[in-house]
Design a protein around this ligand. Structure first.
Ligand SMILES: Nc1ncnc2c1ncn2[C@@H]1O[C@H](COP(=O)(O)OP(=O)(O)OP(=O)(O)O)[C@@H](O)[C@H]1O
Ligand SMILES: [Mg+2]
Length: 320
């Protein structure tokens, strides 16, 4: 099966007096029925990548095909097959949900009646019935995002680009949107979404491309990325800080890299395994220091993210 997105070394550099920013180099392939997450901190180049693949900006390097069409020489054909939910809302604040959806339908070439029917279907599907006659300006963030998504689906696309679908949404609205995205993929759409939320990528994506400062820092399934930063971690939590300190002394005699967080009375062993876990439990039991909680877990995607990108997510942009 041919990939629906094939990007080889694409980029778009913005130059200013402060230096260069934008997207330096991105290669990725994605298949039908897959969710691919472009994960990265502010200014990593996610929106630039989406805009380039959706033909809203021209890449200045590399080549990309979407649904088999070249984004630079066959942009109109690409647009026929894609949907885009931008980072900023595209819907009109003054119009109702129904009016917006009919407008998008007409824009995509539907006749008046079909546009009306499609709008009604989408309003039902996205749970916007109650609000359908209210102006969008009175909508909550979650309702707006659902309407944005609905507007991109008036003509069902083969590939849907969604730029930061849940930024600013509360956990319930976020879960609703995740469900809508999963349903779409079950229907056969390929989704490329961007996110700064590791949990979102972990929950939704079959594959994650981690970008940082305009370049790919790592890619793979969520599980593969977790193994990239090394073996599992053992954490032992104690009832009291004194127990934790005594345990640290005892465990530190035989194990290296044992650390203690006094605030949470938690000991962490970074390079762990089931064998190490067994030894820790036996040693603590014979020392009369029973832990309150013991876990063996893979590093979280947060830890992967920080290890691979370095902790510079508070710096603005990706200027080098
Ligand atoms: N039109 C533009 N003109 C100049 N610089 C730009 C332009 N668009 C993006 N940039 C710069 O390119 C870099 C990447 O921007 P981009 O919007 O792709 O990042 P992002 O990963 O989407 O970030 P965020 O998570 O904040 O949305 C940033 O440093 C940004 O300032
Ligand atoms: Mg962005």
């Amino acid at each position: 099966m041919r990939a629906v997105i094939e990007a080889d070394g694409v980029g778009k550099i913005y130059r200013s007096r402060d230096g260069e920013s934008g997207l330096r180099e991105l290669s990725l392939h994605a298949n039908q029925g897959e969710i691919l997450a472009l994960l990265g901190p502010n200014g990593a180049g996610k929106t630039t990548a989406v805009k380039g693949l959706a033909t809203l900006v021209a890449f200045d390097r590399g080549t990309a095909r979407v649904c088999g069409y070249d984004v630079s020489t066959e942009a109109a054909r690409v647009r026929d097959h894609i949907g885009l939910v931008g980072q900023d809302a595209a819907v009109d604040e003054q119009l109702t949900a129904g009016q917006n959806l009919r407008f998008f339908g007409r824009l995509r070439g539907l006749g008046r009646r079909s546009a009306g029917q499609r709008a009604d279907e989408l309003i039902e599907e996205f749970g916007l019935c109650e609000a359908q006659n209210r102006a969008v300006s009175s909508f909550s963030g979650g309702m707006r995002r659902r309407l944005d998504l609905a507007a991109s689906l008036v003509v069902p696309p083969r590939v849907l680009f969604v730029d930061e679908p849940t930024t600013g949404l509360d956990p319930a609205a976020r879960r609703d949107l995740w469900k809508s995205l999963r349903d779409l993929v079950h229907g056969g759409t390929m989704i490329l979404l961007t996110t700064q939320y590791l949990e979102e990528a972990d929950q939704l994506a079959d594959r994650i491309v981690l970008i940082d400062r305009g370049k790919v820092a790592a890619q793979g399934s969520p599980g593969e990325l977790k193994t990239l930063v090394g073996p599992p971690v053992v954490q032992v939590v104690f009832e009291t800080t004194d127990d934790a300190r005594n345990s640290l002394r005892i465990l530190g005699a035989t194990l290296t890299e044992v650390s203690l967080d006094e605030n949470t009375s938690t000991i962490t062993l970074p390079k762990a395994s089931a064998t190490v876990l067994g030894e820790v439990i036996a040693t603590l039991a014979s020392a009369g220091l029973p832990p309150a909680e013991v876990t063996l877990r893979k590093p979280s995607l947060d830890e992967v993210f920080l290890t691979l990108t370095g902790d510079h997510s508070d710096t603005e942009g990706n200027r080098q």
